[in-house]
Every structure is written in C-alpha cells, then in structure tokens.
Design a protein around this ligand. Structure first.
Ligand code: BEZ
Ligand code: FE
Length: 298
C-alpha cells in the first residue's frame, strides 16, 4: 500500500492524500468537483511555491473579499467577473446555435419590477444627457420576427451611474423599463447615450486590479434580458464600439457580435418627432433568440 493510500502526507502525493479522504462522500457531484479543485489547487501551489507569508497574504485577501460583502455588495462576484470566470461560466451554460445572439454577464445593477412601458417611451426620466433612440427586431433562428417578446432594459446615465447608485439624485427606475415587441417583432424606446463606468473598485478587487496594472472600467453599454415562451432567455448587452474601453472591459463582457453602431444623427424633423434635441444618437440592433431545448419557456 502506498503512503497516500494510508492517508499519510507526502509532498509528492499531496493531492491524492486529500482526494482519498473524500472517498465516502455521499454527493457524487460534490466529490467530483472537489477532486478537480484539490488537484488543480495543489498543482498551482506546487508551481508557485509560495512563501508562508505569500500564502497568508492570499488568505487575507480572500478574508477581506468576504468582509466586503453585504446585501448590496458582492465582492466575490466582482472577483469572478474580473478573472473572466463569470463570462466562462456564462459561455458554458449558454451554448447556442450560431445564428442566435450571444449572451454576456448580468452584473449587479439589475432591478426586478421595472415598469412595463409602451413602445417608444423615453426611459430617461430626468432628460439629462444626449438623447438616443434604440430600435430593432427580435427574430427566431429561421429569421421569423417574434411578437410579444419581453425586453427588460437598463443602462447608466451620461455620467456612467445607474439609478441605484445615485438614489435621491436620479429618479427611481431612471433608464429602466420593460418593453414588448409588436406583432412585427419590432421594439423601440428612447433613452440617452450611456457612458463607460468603473465597476465598484473601492475594495480588495479594485486593489488587485491596480496592482496588476489594470483599470476598472466597463465600456458604455445597454443591458437587456430578453424572454419569450418557447425560447431561451437571453441576458446580454449592446456596446458602443467607439468607447475608449471597448477592447479592455474590466469583466471581459464584450463579444464582437454585441457591438452596435451608435450613429450621430443630424435630422431636425425626426428630432422634433422624437421630442429630442438635434443632433441625437441612434442605434439599431436586432436580436435572435434560440429555441428552448425542451420546447417550453426558460
Ligand atoms: C454591469 O454591467 O452592470 C456590471 C457587470 C459586472 C460587474 C459590474 C458591473
Ligand atoms: Fe452595466
């Protein structure tokens, strides 16, 4: 019998000693997950060969990350986001047919129960910022428009803040709304051009980014959760391709297919129809929903 089978520790077999101790685990999935994590963790420690001080620093970093968490702040999710793991888990869980629109991270600023509004509503309640009209069609993977699709939308104002970050300064539900496509699959609403903004960076994750020579910014985007019976729910964004941070999103949320075109429109007549100043911004973006695998809603 090898030493690791007896349960004695040895540097060479360290992972096997620990993994062997889990042999009676009742939850097979947990056992499988912990086997991989223990193996990879021991592998990393063997490659890094940390000093005791470095290992304690790592433990203290995780301790501060936990201590930063409240009902409103989830520092571990920010850690997962900035290490690209949130996007990887999202990709694994949302593999789609090629024709379907791609997903990206939800983020911490989604608020349930935003008001359901008629198409065309201006969701910028304080009218601050540069006016922007957003429109498009939602289709299935065969190109057929889908009616009555729910689009839950949220974005920052032109200073790069969500309403929930500026309670009292911005009206509640500013730049949020729920819309439904009409019987030709079209949606449209009015808002303002969003701005890039930093992810919350006053905690250990922000400090880590600084030490790694990284900035905390996300390029300007609009968030969408798009759902309809018989289709996979799509959580995604559309991005301003001309944003200074478009190639270096702090959370790796940008995908090429999600780049919209933000067009500066000089059209006084249309501006008047839209109750906008002239010029104004326009972006058009079509979405394609994948069918649910089981045929029901998801
Ligand atoms: C967001 O887009 O709202 C977001 C996503 C991940 C981390 C922070 C913010
Ligand atoms: Fe966002």
């Amino acid at each position: 019998m090898e030493d690791h089978e007896k349960g004695y520790f040895a540097e060479k077999d360290s992972a096997d000693v620990v993994i062997g101790r889990n042999k009676d685990a009742k939850d097979q999935r947990l056992k499988e997950v912990m086997t991989v994590i223990i193996r990879k963790l021991h592998e990393a420690v063997k490659e890094i060969e940390p000093t005791q001080k470095e290992w304690l620093d790592a433990i203290m970093f995780l301790t501060r990350t936990g201590q930063m968490c409240t009902d409103w702040r989830q520092e571990f999710i920010l850690l997962s986001d900035t290490l690209g793991v949130s996007m990887l888990v999202d990709a694994i869980n949302h593999r789609k047919p090629d024709a379907a629109s791609e997903s990206t991270v939800l983020g911490p600023f989604y608020v349930e129960d935003a008001p359901e509004l008629p198409l065309g509503t201006n969701i910028c309640l304080d009218r601050k910022g540069q006016d922007m009209v957003i429109s498009g069609v939602v289709r299935d993977t065969s190109g057929r428009p889908i009616s009555n699709v729910k689009l839950d939308v949220w974005q920052t104002n032109d200073d790069g803040f969500y309403d929930v970050q500026q309670k009292g300064l911005q009206p509640d539900f500013n730049l949020r709304g729920v819309f439904r496509t009409d019987n030709t699959g079209n949606y449209w609403f009015r808002a303002v051009k969003p701005r890039f903004y930093p992810i919350p960076d006053d905690g250990p994750v922000g400090q880590l980014l600084t030490k790694l020579g990284r900035h905390p910014y996300r390029p300007a985007h609009l968030h969408f959760i798009i759902s309809a019976d018989g289709f996979e729910t799509l959580t995604t964004h559309i991005f301003d391709p001309d944003d200074p941070y478009i190639d270096s999103d702090a959370v790796f949320g940008v995908k090429k297919s999600l780049l919209a075109k933000f067009v500066w429109m000089d059209d006084p007549k249309r501006a008047e129809q839209l109750d906008f100043g002239n010029p104004f911004w326009e972006t058009k973006f079509d979405f394609v929903l994948a069918p649910t695998r089981d045929g029901g809603s998801h």
